[in-house]
Design a protein around this ligand. Structure first.
Ligand code: GRF
Length: 210
């Protein structure tokens, strides 16, 4: 039975989607804890209501990023996770933290990486005149919003879209692909070679909602 720790900063809708699919599908894993860097993260209430341990490591309480990262790692390690899932976790993690969990640290980013790393992805896709948008689940490496790609979703970017309508369309696909990627990981179905992730059972690593 693998152990999963999910890190959030706010709403936590991706965390909810993972918890709901885990509960419905009976993966060989348990969500051991949900940890937030913000005490007021709405997702903490959902987790607690579902009997999942919660913890807060408030970044504001630490003078340096390294001190915060160390405290966060100590909290995470308390749950002995096989997999750490960043789900709307809005702090940049230092290289030491990332290396500690290398190969077992996943993130979801609301763009078709390697396009648009960083913030304001939807507005940037609109401003660039893209006709497609989407989301990416990837293994985390020290370089922000890079790392081997596990699964991507693609949606149309419409002429009438603004950042809010596009974000909503992409978010609906995030809720499908992130639980899928987590399940693949806990089932041991992912291999990484030369920076490329393969699903060993040949399942499609693309969700196209076009
Ligand atoms: C998602 O769009 C995710 O891709 C991005 O931040 C948002 C978090 O939403 N990193 P939620 O907290 O999971 O609802």
């Amino acid at each position: 039975m693998k152990s999963i720790v999910i890190l959030i900063s706010g709403r936590g809708s991706n965390m909810e989607a993972i918890v709901q699919r885990w509960a419905a599908e009976g993966w060989p894993a348990r969500v051991a804890a949900v940890i937030s860097n913000r005490p007021d993260a709405a997702g903490l209430q959902f987790a607690a209501a579902h009997g999942i341990a919660t913890a807060v490591v408030a970044h504001k309480a630490f003078a340096t990023r390294e001190a915060f990262d160390d405290a966060l790692a100590a909290a995470v390690d308390g749950f002995a996770p096989d997999l750490v899932v960043l789900a709307g976790f809005m702090r940049i993690l230092g290289a030491a933290f990332v290396r500690r969990y290398e190969g077992r640290l996943l993130n979801i980013h609301p763009s078709l990486l390697p396009m648009f790393p960083g913030l304001h992805t939807h507005q940037r896709a609109i401003d660039a005149g893209c006709k497609l948008a989407g989301a990416t689940v990837h293994f985390v490496t020290p370089q922000l919003d890079h790392g081997p790609i596990v699964l991507q979703s693609v949606v149309p970017l419409l002429a009438v879209d603004d950042a809010h309508t596009l974000a909503a369309r992409v978010l609906a696909t995030e809720h499908q692909i992130y639980p899928r990627a987590v399940r693949w990981f806990v089932e041991g179905r992912l291999t990484v070679a030369h920076g490329v992730v393969t699903h060993t059972g040949g399942e499609p690593q693309l969700l196209a909602s076009l």
